[in-house]
Design a binder for this molecule. Structure first.
Ligand code: NAD
Length: 733
């Protein structure tokens, strides 16, 4: 395998071109790193070479480290993973430091060869860490290119010197958005921030790089941190200004992460401790913290769910092998909140959309929703007038079902009423082509029941979006009893076109995501009813890394919706309905007019602008605070297990058929503690034996909803975990 190509021109300028065969984007593997090192060695050792350009043979420079490699680094390291990881990371530092020192005399800092990074496009992660070790970074003026260090988003941090170099280049404050938030910038903004040095027209990139190499002087090659008297911009930790930065950053990181993301804390430690010592020691410190993060099960779980498995699902890991089923023309029935959102995301992805509602005015209003989103995009400089016009042009609002005649997929998002849904299904099927697929966006009605209204149940499927459609990344695809492979492939290809992440589940009450989130909300309300302090409930959830406490979540989704779902569930389940005690809270709140955020009154108080204030004290009058409060861990276990056990039951009952979908769906669908990698990863981290012991205790104290599923008991007996049942590329159930 050759990832880097080496050539020297007549003027003695060597070019190392990164261009991996059979891949559209360069990513770094350990073999690639060795090749790069060897080419740098050759250039530095060849007297005929005056300097080096490191560039890419592709439109982009690089997408980053091959995360599959990082995920496996620990395994490759054998019996002493910490040692192996640390040495692997230090070898990366050695190559990059070789580039940075470029053969110069360490005392006089003279005699090095200039090395410049020339970036044609996107440069992410290690794709920016390598340039940061070069003496100059120039980039093509390419507004679509993204430059930055997004590692923190998948639970790690820039561990190939990017953390230490950027902090020393920009100062802790200047580097914070790029390191702690993974902020990406286009080249001109990256230059304004001081990350790169120069932006030139794309066609002049290599010529300008060569010009710089031939003109560079000894002093141009010395990094500020290698020069005498270097001081960190903005001040190191014991400088009065630097002190303030670090105190503030530490508070901010803890506030944002609640201490559950090991990477953010480790990154801050690497910057703080690194700032107190010479550069090479700082790199060793960075490597230690990076090893520490890679050894934490959270980082492997996050990489596995948020990168490897998410991508596998997006690429169609569970797609039936039928021909390409991309959508050419989409029909959307119902232009309300969901229908309008679906029409927008489809049109934005280049699909022609017929948007139908009962009245023309309603259909137009749905289209106006798309215009509103595009206007916001224009204000933020992300959307041009021309794009807005093109996207809107693709949406045809109408009341005329005949307009659906050319649609190969129809998504229905009318009222949640089986009769209305049956009526629009029949009306659409009367005009759409015989091979078209019909999908329903229902959130509660069984797909197999709705399919009875269809003449073609094999072509009938659930495509369940989450609100708000333009923001939520997950789409649940639900197979009814008779749904065929073509319908599944169509739904998956559609989700891929609109760049969201799909999971495919079987038909059952509330499908997967809502099935798990409702018990979480309910557990929060149960705790309140028992007299547990609402602040303890909310904080317990947040401290486990849930984005919203259960009470805040009910306020967002609204209590009247909760009451509606409760009534419908009770009607369907009869005697077996288990949530009467929760309903006591829900119905009391609804009667009191406290419907949640939309009423500016719920479990929380809101000011006149709708901004959330503290918890509502009236709650304590109705459900007085019990004298004995449970400890934090008990509350956390109740809130987390109630979700995770439901996910296990969904797997046991065949609603989920792949734990990857269970984990990815949980994080993207309802924000299940992302640091954990999802409910199955979380249970694996705890260990089935411990999980069962907690369940037994909770079942004894709180009831049957905490009974350990047999699957988990079997695992506890066998000593395995969910992911042990899964090999590379396998389905996981
Ligand atoms: P909504 O009330 O905002 O919109 C429904 C739209 O359907 C209205 O514009 C209505 O005029 C139109 N409509 C009703 N009968 C019609 C008919 N016979 N022909 C054409 N148009 C008709 O509702 P919504 O929140 O957009 O929900 C729509 C569907 O999506 C429901 O099945 C709901 O369960 C599901 N869903 C909702 C959410 C959510 O968070 N709101 C999330 C996922 C799924």
């Amino acid at each position: 395998m050759t990832d880097f190509h080496y050539s020297v021109d007549a003027d003695g300028v060597a070019t190392i071109t990164w261009d991996i065969g059979n891949k559209s984007m360069n990513v770094l593997s350990m073999e690639g790193l060795r090749e790069l090192d060897a080419h740098v060695e050759t250039a530095l050792g060849d007297d005929a070479v005056k300097g080096v350009i490191i560039t890419s043979g592709k439109p982009d420079f690089a997408g980053g480290m091959d995360l599959n490699v990082i995920a496996k680094m620990k395994e490759m390291a054998g019996d002493q993973p910490e040692q192996g990881l640390f040495e692997g990371i230090m070898s990366m530092h050695a190559t990059l430091r070789k580039i940075e020192r470029a053969g110069m005399d360490p005392k006089t800092l003279k005699g090095g060869k200039p090395i410049i990074a020339a970036l044609p496009g996107t440069a992410l992660g290690i794709g920016l860490e390598i340039p940061l070790a070069c003496h100059r970074i120039i980039a093509a003026d390419n507004a679509r290119a993204k430059i930055g260090l997004p590692e923190i988003m998948v639970g790690i941090f820039p561990g190939a010197g990017g953390t230490t170099r950027l902090a020393r280049k920009l100062g802790a404050m200047g580097a914070a958005p790029f390191l702690l938030e993974g902020k990406l910038s286009e080249p001109k903004k990256a230059k304004a921030a001081g990350i790169i040095d120069e932006v030139v027209p794309g066609e002049a990139l290599l010529a300008r790089a060569k010009e710089w190499v031939l003109e560079a002087k000894d002093a141009d090659l010395v990094k500020p941190w290698d020069a005498k008297g270097y001081k960190m911009p903005g001040g190191a930790p014991y400088h009065p200004a630097g002190f303030m930065t670090f105190v503030g950053a530490s508070a901010m990181v803890n506030g944002k992460t609640q201490g559950v993301y090991p990477a953010a804390k480790a990154l801050l430690s690497a910057v703080y401790e690194g700032a107190l010592v010479p550069f090479d020691t700082a790199l060793r410190i960075e490597a230690r913290w990076f090893t520490h993060v890679l050894m934490n099960p959270s980082s492997s779980a996050m990489i596995r769910s948020l990168f490897i498995n998410k991508e596998a699902l997006e690429k169609g890991a569970n797609r039936p092998a039928v021909d390409d089923a991309k959508v050419r023309r989409l029909g959307v029935l119902g232009a309300g909140m969901m229908g309008a959102g679906i029409a927008y995301v489809a049109a934005n992805a280049g699909i022609e959309v017929v948007l139908i509602d009962a009245a023309q005015e309603a259909a137009e209003k749905g289209k106006a929703h798309a215009a509103g989103i595009l206007d916001k995009g224009m204000k933020r400089g992300k959307v041009t007038e021309a794009t807005k016009a093109e996207v809107l042009d693709r949406i045809t609002p109408t009341t005329d079902y005949a307009a659906l005649s050319g649609c190969d997929l129809v998504v229905e998002a009318v009222f949640e009423d089986p009769r209305v849904k049956a009526e629009v299904t029949a009306k659409a099927e009367a005009v759409i082509p015989a091979d078209a697929i019909f999908a329903t966006n229902t959130s509660t009605l069984p797909i197999s029941d709705l399919a009875k209204a269809s003449d073609r149940p094999a072509q009938f499927i659930g495509i369940h979006f989450f609100s708000p459609v333009d923001k939520m990344l997950l789409v649940e695809i639900i197979k009814g009893r008779e749904t065929g492979d073509r319908a599944v492939a169509k739904a998956l290809d559609f989700v891929r076109q609109i760049r969201k992440t799909p999971i495919v589940v079987n038909d059952a009450r509330f499908f997967y995501a809502n099935r798990c989130i409702i018990p979480y909300i309910n557990e929060g309300m149960r705790l309140v009813r028992e007299g547990v302090a609402p602040a303890l409930v909310e904080n317990a959830a947040r401290l486990m890394g849930m984005p919203l406490g259960p009470l805040q979540l009910v306020d967002e989704t609204s209590l009247d919706l909760g009451a509606k779902i409760a009534r419908a569930t009770r009607a369907a389940m009869g005697e077996a309905y288990p949530d009467g005690d929760v309903d006591e809270v829900v119905f009391w709140m609804v009667e009191a007019g406290r419907l949640g955020r939309k009423a500016a009154a719920g479990f929380y108080r809101y000011d006149e602008k709708g901004k959330r204030q503290g918890l509502w004290p009236g709650l304590g009058e109705k459900f007085p605070r019990a004298e004995d409060q449970p400890d934090l861990i008990t509350v956390q276990h109740r809130l987390m297990f109630v979700q995770a056990l439901e996910a296990v039951r969904a797997l046991e009952q065949g609603v989920l058929t792949d734990i990857r979908e269970g984990d990815v769906g949980a994080i993207l669908g309802w924000g299940f503690a992302p640091w954990s990698g999802g409910p199955f990863s979380w249970l694996d981290m705890l260990g089935a034996g411990f999980a069962v012991a907690v369940c037994d205790r909770l079942e004894a104290d709180c009831g049957a909803r905490f009974r350990a599923p047999q699957l988990l008991r079997d695992m506890a007996a066998d000593g395995g975990g969910f992911y042990d049942t899964m090999r590379d590329g396998d389905k996981a159930a």
